[in-house]
Design a protein around this ligand. Sequence first.
Ligand code: TXA
Ligand code: MG
Length: 330
Amino acid sequence: TSQQRTTRHVAADEAGIAEAARLLVAGGLVALPTETVYGLACDATDPRAVASLYAAKGRPSFNPLIAHVPDIAAARRVGQLTHAAERLAARFWPGPLTLVVPAHLDATSELARAGLTSVAIRVPAHPVALAVLRAAGRPIAAPSANRSGHVSPTSAAHVLADLQGRIDLVLDGGVSRVGVESTILDCTGEVPVMLRPGGLARETIEAALGAPLAAREVHAQTEDDEAPLAPGMLASHYAPNARVRLDALELHPGEALLTFAGAHPPGSESAVAVADLSPAGDLTEAAANLFALLRALDASGAAGIAVVPLPGHGLGEAIADRLRRASAPR
Ligand code: TXA
Ligand code: MG
């Protein structure tokens, strides 16, 4: 069970950043903005802090955390950057990309890695996150700052809705620019494998590598839950309360509509609520809006959320992945 805490909500100015770093070094729990989503940060080298983070999120401790660092040099101290990882890091960090590499076992707590000998590392592209990481001077574990199983937060208000009273501080840096979590690549083998589509599009990565990413091995029965390669990718990980129905060609009574590029399928007139991911039909904008609009439609009290068919290229792959999880039976 999680300890009761007084959660302070402060601006991400110089004083706020210093306070966040001080709390992290002291073993506290701090929500901070990144360009993808807000992260719930703690000292990745401190097993007590990591244990309290798992408790605050209600997250199973067999689901490893990403170690966040301010630059490539710090990343090399946390894991052994393979040839592919070095290339990708040079090209895309800071940015919405997480690289899984062989861990330097003493550099992060075993609990943060959930006992694995690999470690996931990311250098976020957000000035506030980078300032906190530099000031803390150690790898910082930061899963998305939501209760386990809930939609990821893209604003300080979203964080407070989930974690008020369970964490020490929310550093308010405004709305997250990218809006979906980082793309995760397993770089422990010869050819990088995409474990989770995210804020960096597959096409962009493949163009930089000059080769396709290896297909992810799909284990029988577990495309995305019990024992996936990114162990945290539980099927119903992004669930709102309302039932989510994908590829809707018409609306059912009592449903809210999540649409794209102004599409209005039959039955939309009587929708409980309507939100458009991107009236202009831009997938980058749609990703940025996804979690906030899911929360808003959920708050409308609709029994279900119908989602129109969406393009699958670019950030459409990450959007489809998150919506598929949101619609998974639970
Ligand atoms: O954009 C993001 O990545 C955000 C921001 C806050 O940085 N963080 C985030 O963390 O999404 P989280 O904990 O919600 O997702 C991390 C994912 C999980 O699915 C976990 O299983 C996977 O990374 N992961 C961590 N370490 C791993 C490892 N060694 N091997 C494979 N997957 C790993
Ligand atoms: Mg998460």
